[in-house]
Design a protein around this ligand. Sequence first.
Ligand SMILES: [Zn+2]
Length: 426
Amino acid sequence: MKNMQHANYKLSNALIRKSPSLLLALFLLTFSTSNYACEFKDVHFTADFETGKLDACKQLANDKLGNEQFELLSKPENRPINPSPWYAFKIINKTPAEIQHVTLIIKSEKAKARYLPKISIDGKHWQPIPFEIIDEAIHIKLMLDTKDIYIAGQEIVDNAFYAQWMPSIAETSAFTLSKLGLSTEGRNIDALVYSKPENNEWFLIIGRQHPPEVTGALALVSFVEQLSKDQQLNRDFLERFNVMIIPNLNPDGVANGNWRHNTKGIDLNRDWGKFTQTETQQVQAWLDETLIEQQRLVFALDFHSTQQDIFYTMPPDYAVAPQHFSENWLKKLKDATLSSFVVRQRPGSSPGRGVLKQYLADEYNIHSITYEMGDNTERELIEHVAQEAVKTLMQQMIDTSPASFLYKPAIVESSLSETASKELQD
Ligand SMILES: [Zn+2]
């Protein structure tokens, strides 16, 4: 099914210049994506692909050298919003026989630039492009020849990527591909699952609540690839633990090039415990169905990106067990990673805000970590850290006894009778 959607999508791209009516028919059959396009005499800009984001363009006066200049605008899906302006578009030279030198000025509505521009010819291989920031806008100079050029804030990791990558993990490992449900716009939300009937401790991994947080997505991919390897440590780990991986919880936001929210304009990582959105509700339903009888969640990771590499943890004195689990793991990760990587640990709690890590602590008394990679962290380092993260975490989980993962409230010295304190614990 997913592959068919991908095929349709590719087909619609191929047909776009040939038949508008066919395109419309295909459009109705497939999903909507950001499809803004603007035409000028010499160039054409379009965002008619998954993750595409472009909301307005205008031609400015030519620069001193006579080169054409275009101002391009990205607007958020709704407000209020955390200012993480995403942009992704394609530029087509309408007279490919002539080389065009153009300047692009990429602006974000009421927000500073966050993502540094990358360039690609095929939409798959990316490299940084020189830029200047002037008045909070990104200025880049391009030479256009016969090839269409993609420009985006980060490498594009779209739903088509997950539709290809997840089955490839399932085919080559002990994990199986499972459908969790559908997003608001009807896209698949899929999971990679490993479980054995005799295991009862679960490790949960979630990703892509926030669509443009691509370095977090890349970290999750490297993490899962390492976790799914057939090696002795992994086999020992899976001998005891079950694993649930949901790499792409917000496929609508990804497809539409959203800055942060799902298609209903909600920040999914402020919806845990409230469960107003179908995407978070599906995880809640899975937790409710799975964590019955002896089955319990023991640890979770939630992958994101921010300005720098940070691990947001629950404080050791919070009602989670084992008390120093996250702290101890991150110390091991620090020792295992190269000196070029700084493990920044930020313990904190924010009850009632709807953050996944907080919800899991309050509901299940477990540690979980918001694993944030820096927007500009070297991609090789992201992979290296993820690989070491898997190895050190698996070892630490194996070394932790099942009883230690169970939270036992401290016995409070008080005037409460024994019966009363037992009731409190229940
Ligand atoms: Zn995030």
